[in-house]
Design a protein around this ligand. Structure first.
Ligand code: AHR
Length: 304
């Protein structure tokens, strides 16, 4: 369903108001909720008429939303692609209709980079590397890792796996003994971790591609009579409030930040492309990492 917010103007209003059609992945995680709020707030602040569509983690819903934005004759289309591939045909439709497209949060895998104006988001490979580097610095002898992957085919799942694997490749005592998708959800992380615990009694570390799956894994580890953060160490990505609290409490050992507060920069980009201005093809946001002590210090000022 497409819902309007922002200035409240009708789609493609003629009064100079920019209409932005935005297709969001879904509401699968704390990160996603913070990202949606940031985009909605920034659109309102900028006086941009936001036509918001929730894809409920299904690519086919985004492939339906984009032509519907074209039909409404929006000024700009932005979307966070559920998966990396399969976008060329629908983006060609937008190009033929002369509607600029901005990718946000997740990139696409296409040979044709004229299909979109710009990408705004994170370097997910680097996030995976940071997770791997912490483990290399903190591993104690033979270390068996289980990996909770994000949504199959999604850029952050592919890239976070790649960056982590690249760093541990030179360390044969660190071994990924099992890897499976938990779809970036808490329930998915819990279910997969339960299965991992049933089939492996030698797990030292969980590498979860987001906080929500890590939080699900904590529940499974406790239910198995083990202490998260001690018997099994946990590394996650995102640094949303619930993850940071678990880190400060000692249940998680390290978090790599992924910044969801993209709204303001996205609206600036939208205004620029709507005005026909040249914009950089790739804009990456700044991100950090958190140890348990750093999480405790950062929590009072954490916005999400
Ligand atoms: O694309 C960003 C990822 O998607 C976040 O890490 C995750 O929590 C979300 O679902």
């Amino acid at each position: 369903a497409v819902t309007a917010c922002g200035s409240g103007g009708s789609p493609a209003a003629d009064d100079g108001t920019i209409t932005l059609g935005f297709s969001q992945v879904g509401a699968e995680s704390g990160w996603r909720t913070a990202n949606t709020e940031s985009i909605q707030q920034a659109a309102e602040d900028a006086g941009i008429d936001l036509q918001f569509s929730d894809a409920q983690q299904k690519q086919e819903n985004q492939i339906r939303a984009i032509p519907s934005f074209i039909q409404q004759n929006v000024d700009v289309i932005a979307f966070s692609p559920v998966v990396e591939t399969g976008w060329d045909a629908v983006l060609l439709e937008a190009q033929r209709a002369d509607i600029p497209v901005v990718l946000t949060d997740r990139a696409i895998d296409s040979d044709d980079d004229t299909l979109y104006e710009a990408f705004l988001g994170s370097d997910f490979v680097e996030e995976g590397r940071k997770a791997g580097e912490w483990l290399v610095d903190n591993a104690e002898g033979q270390t068996n890792v289980v990996e909770l992957q994000g949504t199959t085919g999604a850029a952050p799942a592919i890239d976070r796996q790649e960056g982590f694997a690249e760093v541990i490749a030179d360390h044969p005592d660190i071994e990924v003994i099992a890897t499976q998708t938990g779809d970036f959800t808490r329930s998915g992380g819990k279910e997969v971790m339960e299965a991992f615990l049933r089939s492996h009694d030698d797990i030292d570390v969980v590498y979860a591609h987001n906080d929500d799956m890590g939080l699900g894994a904590i529940e499974a580890i406790r239910a198995a009579g083990l202490e998260p953060g001690e018997d099994i160490r946990i590394i996650t990505v995102d640094a949303v409030r619930a993850g940071m609290e678990a880190l400060a409490e000692g249940d998680i050992n390290f978090i790599v930040e992924c910044n969801p507060l993209l709204g303001e920069q996205l609206m600036e980009l939208v205004e620029q492309v709507a005005a026909g201005e040249e914009v950089p093809k790739r804009i990456e946001v700044e991100e950090t990492t958190f140890t348990q002590e750093e999480a405790e210090a950062a929590l009072p000022d954490r916005q999400y």
